[in-house]
Design a protein around this ligand. Structure first.
Ligand SMILES: Nc1nc2c(c(=O)[nH]1)N(C=O)[C@@H](CNc1ccc(C(=O)N[C@@H](CCC(=O)O)C(=O)O)cc1)CN2
Ligand SMILES: Nc1ncnc2c1ncn2[C@@H]1O[C@H](COP(=O)(O)OP(=O)(O)OP(=O)(O)O)[C@@H](O)[C@H]1O
Length: 184
């Protein structure tokens, strides 16, 4: 039984994420190193991730390591109708701030890849049993993942980690393949 709607749950989680910001930053190194040990990371040639904002799990170390390992990194640009285009990372100085104040690459059709080997999915809450997630609420990843056939992974700090989805799971929600937590 769920006692809270998704919107209220998300609002509550945003407050929790803010409060746990420093702990999350500290956990990032551990979680990121666990990611680097996985087969799906090691075999992936192309990686999709985001430029994190301060309350999210930091992605800087992931981008840095991917480039070192000669993997190609793709970042989302938000598009009309809540679609995302994944564009090759052009270097930090080339990123531009969108209307949501998120940094993203400029649109260039020749730099687009919607079928990366490994997609690192952001969120505000993840359920250990079902692998369902709650994101920032645009439905961007739910829409994108509906047509995506590669591997999905999420790095889950304690503040985002829930035993079960104590929020309503909807028909369009898509479960993540692998959740990385400090305890597994
Ligand atoms: N770092 C990072 N980049 C990311 C995501 C993410 O979660 N993290 N996204 C993950 O999806 C996409 C952008 N997600 C967004 C999710 C919601 C809204 C949005 O609609 N914001 C409204 C408030 C909600 C509403 O009105 O429905 C707003 O700011 O006015 C914008 C972008 C792509 N880039
Ligand atoms: N595959 C889809 N096709 C059309 N609309 C969708 C699809 N997936 C989600 N939506 C719509 O997107 C809206 C936001 O969904 P939800 O609240 O689950 O976002 P979220 O998963 O938290 O955010 P995000 O995926 O951007 O991180 C919902 O109103 C839903 O109707």
């Amino acid at each position: 039984m769920t006692s809270i709607n998704k919107k209220d749950f998300r609002t509550q989680q945003l407050t929790n994420l803010q409060a746990a910001m420093h702990t999350t930053q500290a956990e990032a190194t551990v979680l990121t190193n666990l990611l680097f040990e996985t087969d799906i990371w090691q075999t992936a040639q192309t990686i999709g991730t985001t430029i994190s904002n301060p309350i999210e799990l930091p992605t800087g170390g992931i981008i840095e390591r991917a480039l070192q390992d000669k993997k190609q990194v793709y970042l989302p640009k938000t598009m009309p109708h809540r679609q995302m285009a994944f564009l090759e990372y052009p270097g930090h100085s080339q990123l531009v701030k969108n209307s949501f104040r998120l940094l993203e690459p400029a649109y260039d059709e020749t730099k687009m890849n919607q079928a990366v080997d490994l997609m690192i999915v952001p969120g505000v809450a993840f359920a250990q049993d079902s692998h369902y997630r709650v994101g920032f609420g645009g439905g961007y990843y739910d829409r994108f993942l509906a047509n995506y056939r590669g591997h999905t992974v999420a790095l889950v700090p304690q503040v985002m980690n829930f035993e079960t989805a104590n929020w309503p799971v909807e028909d369009f929600d898509i479960a993540i393949d692998y959740l990385i937590t400090a305890s597994n």
